[in-house]
Design a protein around this ligand. Structure first.
Ligand code: ADP
Length: 278
């Protein structure tokens, strides 16, 4: 037997005390699973998940998004996807975006996209189990999981049941959020999940007339917060009204994501595995 490297995600040995992960179906193989987390809602976690998925897809990777923000799902709308998931007796088929990103979200199963999901934690947990186990993901380089905000029950289920390679934390430069980043960091550490780094969203806005850079939430806290919690600062994202417009129009894939190249490179380095680019 190979020497134990304490990475249970890719190991078939049935050790006592090893985590009991959900079982991926036999038709799917996922190389890397990355969770995108935030301590609270509204910081741009879903927008970041979406943009990272687009950049990875543009770089030639096979990408999927599992929208685990079951009570506040916003991924399908930004891709302009209409409700409806097909399947056969055993498996659900994800919807596929223009860039080829495979997407599964509760919003694709609701009769109306604005129907609320009024489910308690265990029911939400079982929906996520089905989205992981019963979806025909086929071969993916990356599955990004848009996590529910906060450190509650459902986030805990995902941390315990899906073999994550790591998480990316998204924050904004507000002081309050800094404390909340700490909660997300400590939760990941307690659950032995590696933290790939911190992305600061809404760091600044460029005046469309004079190009002056304005810091509506004060100066960036990316370096300070990253040092405080000993995590990697992955980069900043500006506030961009064009992004909001494209999200509202369901055309997020038209957004220029080249600025995320550096962040993607850092994530890959952090995972110590460079995938072959197509
Ligand atoms: P969360 O997933 O953290 O709840 P969202 O990603 O849904 O947050 O973002 C909340 C709102 O803010 C959405 O309407 C989204 O389009 C918008 N938004 C997020 N990040 C940016 C940004 N950098 N520039 C402009 N709008 C943004």
């Amino acid at each position: 037997m190979a020497e134990c490297d304490h990475n249970c995600a890719n190991c078939s040995s049935k050790c006592e005390g090893a985590p009991k992960y959900f079982n991926l179906n036999e038709y799917s193989h996922i190389k890397h699973i990355v969770g995108v987390v935030s301590g609270k809602g509204g910081v741009g976690k879903s927008a970041t998940t979406t943009l990272l998925a687009c950049e990875l897809a543009k770089e030639g990777y096979k990408v999927g998004i599992l929208d685990a923000d079951i009570t506040g799902p916003s991924i399908p709308k930004s891709f302009g996807l209409k409700t409806g998931l097909s399947g056969n007796q055993n498996l659900m088929f994800p919807q596929i975006s223009k860039l080829g990103i495979k997407i599964v979200s509760i919003n694709l199963l609701l009769e109306h996209q604005d129907d609320p999901v009024l489910w308690r934690g265990p029911v939400v947990g079982s929906a996520i189990k089905q989205f992981y186990e019963d979806v025909l993901w086929e071969d993916l380089d990356y599955l990004l999981i848009d996590m529910p905000p906060g450190t509650g029950d459902v986030a805990l289920t995902i941390f315990q049941s899906i073999p994550l390679d790591g998480v990316i934390i998204v924050s904004t430069p507000q002081d309050l959020v800094k404390m909340i980043v700490g909660k997300a960091v400590k939760m990941a550490e307690k659950m032995n999940i590696s933290i790939l780094g911190l992305i600061e969203n809404m760091s600044y806005i460029k005046c469309p007339k004079c190009e002056e850079i304005i810091y509506p939430f004060g100066p960036s806290k990316l370096t300070e917060v990253s040092m405080e919690y000993n995590i990697t600062p992955l980069g900043n994202m500006p506030i961009d009204p064009n992004l909001t417009t494209l999200v509202d129009e369901g055309k997020i894939e038209d957004y220029d994501t080249t600025f995320l190249k550096d962040i993607v490179d850092k994530i890959e380095d952090k995972m110590k595995i460079k995938l072959r680019r197509i």
